[in-house]
Design a binder for this molecule. Sequence first.
Ligand SMILES: [Fe+2]
Ligand SMILES: [Fe+2]
Length: 281
Amino acid sequence: MPYYINNYIGKLPDLSSPVILYEEGGHRVAWVGSAEETMFRCNAYLISSVSGSEEVHLLLDAGGNQHFEQVVKRVERLLGDPSKVTHLVFHHQDPDVAGSVSRWLEINPDAVIVTTPRTKVLLPYYSIDPARVKWLDVSTLDDTTIKLPAGGRALFISAPFLHFPDAFVTYDTRSKILFSGDIFAAIQKKWELVVSNWKRHQIEMSYFHIYYMASNKALRFFVNKVKDFPVEAIAPQHGSIIPKELVADAFEFLRTLKCGTDLLYEESPIQEVLDDLIQEV
Ligand SMILES: [Fe+2]
Ligand SMILES: [Fe+2]
């Protein structure tokens, strides 16, 4: 089996190295995130596709400056040379996602930045010269893709207001892993690479979503777009990876969750929602 995700349910891998999530026939997906002990743990992922002399390496949500050294080290362990990263995918522009962009462009000035137009106007605030960057604009028509030399494509799917107005996610048609950015993120007292306790995990995701995500309407719009995709795992930027057997439950969690503007105005029951969550932990 090319998937290694379920090997980590209930046990933490050696985080001094990158963690392989999927590997088969020139296509590899790895976790290359931050091992820092925090409730807001940042994940980064590397999708590599190699066929003969053709190589595509997409680094997803490379992360902030304080995690740069460890992410580079993990990428180096996988590629030999981190300048082989061909694409930097930023699902939105938050500092925990894209703060290290200038340092990645120093490593490879030819790396293509894959992002949405409204993210593109904000990334230069991290001291990059937009005129010197190669950009791939992600369209809200959901038709932006990158062909992968070992087979399959990376598809970029818009996810408006989740949480940035022009946020998007990445779906790898080869591994069938959905890289969801801040969607499905969790704030966890005890991080684990893969979800082992679904009841607890829903509460941990609620903590994040009720404040960060715009509304249930936005969540439902997104779920309707991706619910029919064959999804082997959901890999968010914070918190644990959701394995295949919980994917349908995860979509249902999102579809029914009230958040953001559903809760945060005067008539809202946000305090009740928080009180209920705290009691359940
Ligand atoms: Fe964010
Ligand atoms: Fe984030």
